[in-house]
Design a protein around this ligand. Structure first.
Ligand code: GLC
Length: 452
């Protein structure tokens, strides 16, 4: 009897353990429908803010400055010592993001320099050990949530400060020969660094409430590079999914060949040619973009995009089924640079009247052809097609192959009717729209077409 009880207890324990294991790994068997549900808030949102903020805000000449100038930890230490963003007020940041029309905000918890914006138990290289002394992320998540914004964390896989991180071709102390690498890396133990990352990711996904996005950055497999084995990407992903099952993960863990290894593609600083695909199917995607080139605050950069260019980036992304994550690099005082503020304001002015062509919208069905200098987006629930007039036409605009599909047309910003007629003479099924001669006072005017 006793023996029988013992065996059944063991069996039960085994069953419980395997159930737990199965639950932990269930993300590997997620169906496309389940994924679509998990991704729904994100595909509806379309527009988010990226924030790159760390010690590199002090040199103010690129977040890769430590690498570009091949600085040692000692040389970089002055920034840690001077760090004191006394004007940091994330409520202001949240207000500006929200007013710009953004729905989620992804901030660097740690960038490549290794400095942590949060009170990690596993390092002293963090904001709470500086003169500033505050946990940047803690205040940040509270402020964002108060404005109804979803919060994401960027976490750099690369680390130019951790003593066990093996020096590689992207490191400030990169070398010319194998023997030089061997000499420098003697005694370093990547296993310890992998453990460090897991500990920190656990902190980030346990101590700050619900985290909606995690953005790992980045892999560069090959000689003197690093890929999924160096990071233990599978292990990291498993940890992430077990702590925050609904979280959305980017695609830079070097697990691109696995269905479950990433949630969205992250083309950086490019306009995609067409909706990006994976195994012949349309993929979820988000392009991340800067205002001026660098991600961290760069005082002397003059290559700032105009509001019209930035709006076009947003509309472009939605017109190909993607999101835009637009980056701000706050200053070392903790403020958004005036040029960033101006642009966010301009985008907000447009979004205030035109966001209906962005939120919940996607690529228009193939049957609709965009006239020259326009971008189309489409809202499936309300059956509305949006025509964004990038350069304002003189008087009239032709819409081919549409006469039989249209119920009503108006400008989106003021809901004023746009009259149209159907053309004959070989142009059957083409609509000719009578637009006012004067461009409406909107950066990019939008036509809202109610479909039959
Ligand atoms: C890059 C850069 C980096 C930036 C990131 C954003 O890969 O290394 O500085 O954080 O892209 O996508």
């Amino acid at each position: 009897m006793k023996k029988y009880l013992k065996t059944s207890a063991t069996l039960l324990l085994l069953l419980a353990l395997s159930l737990q294991l199965a639950a932990q790994e269930s993300y590997k068997n997620e169906t496309p429908e389940q994924k679509a549900k998990r991704m729904a808030w994100w595909t509806d949102a379309r527009f988010g803010m990226f924030i790159h903020w760390g010690l590199y805000a002090l040199p103010a000449r690129h977040e890769w400055v430590k690498n570009y100038e091949r600085m040692t930890n000692e040389q970089y230490q002055k920034y840690f010592e001077e760090y004191n963003p006394d004007l940091y007020n994330p409520k202001e940041w949240a207000r500006m993001a929200k007013e710009a029309g953004m729905k989620y905000v992804v901030i660097t918890a740690k960038h490549h320099e290794g400095f942590c914006n949060f009170d990690s138990k596993f390092t002293d290289y963090k904001t709470t050990k500086t003169r500033f002394g505050r946990d940047v992320l803690k205040e940040f998540v509270e402020a964002m949530r108060a404005e109804g914004l979803k919060v994401g964390f960027y976490y750099s896989l690369i680390d130019w400060h951790h003593p066990d991180y093996i020096i590689d071709s992207r490191h400030p102390q990169r070398q010319e020969s194998d023997s030089a690498y061997a000499r420098l890396n003697k005694g370093k133990d990547m296993a310890k660094y992998r453990e460090y990352m897991k500990n920190q990711v656990r902190e980030l996904l346990t101590n700050y409430g619900e985290i909606s996005v995690i953005w790992f950055d980045f892999s560069f497999p090959g000689k003197n590079g690093k890929g999924h084995d160096d990071w233990d990407s599978e292990g990291l992903l498993k940890l992430v999914r077990s702590l925050q099952p609904n979280i959305i993960v980017d695609d830079r863990l070097d697990l691109k060949d696995k269905d479950y290894g990433w949630d969205f593609q992250s083309p950086e600083q490019v306009k995609v040619e067409k909706w990006p695909e994976y195994n012949g199917k349309k993929a979820y995607w988000e392009t991340c973009q800067t205002f001026s080139g660098s991600w961290g605050y760069f005082r002397d950069e003059t290559s700032w995009k105009s509001p019209a260019q930035l709006l076009e980036l947003l509309i472009e992304s939605v017109s190909k089924g993607g999101n835009l994550l637009l980056n701000v690099g706050p200053t070392a005082r903790g403020l958004f640079d005036y040029r960033a503020q101006e642009r966010l304001k301009a985008m907000g002015d447009w979004m205030k009247y035109n966001s209906r062509s962005i939120y919940g919208c996607t690529m228009a069905p193939e049957e609709f052809v965009a006239p020259a200098n326009t971008l189309l987006t489409y809202q499936a629930n309300t059956k509305r097609l949006y025509v964004h007039l990038l350069s304002y036409p003189m008087g009239n605009l032709k819409l081919k192959n549409m006469a039989d599909k249209v119920k009503y047309i108006q400008f989106l910003h003021d809901a004023s009717e746009v009259r149209y007629r159907t053309l004959g003479n070989g142009e059957e099924n083409t609509l000719s729209l009578q637009l006012p001669m004067l461009k409406p006072p909107v950066e990019i005017p939008v036509l809202e077409i109610v479909l039959k």
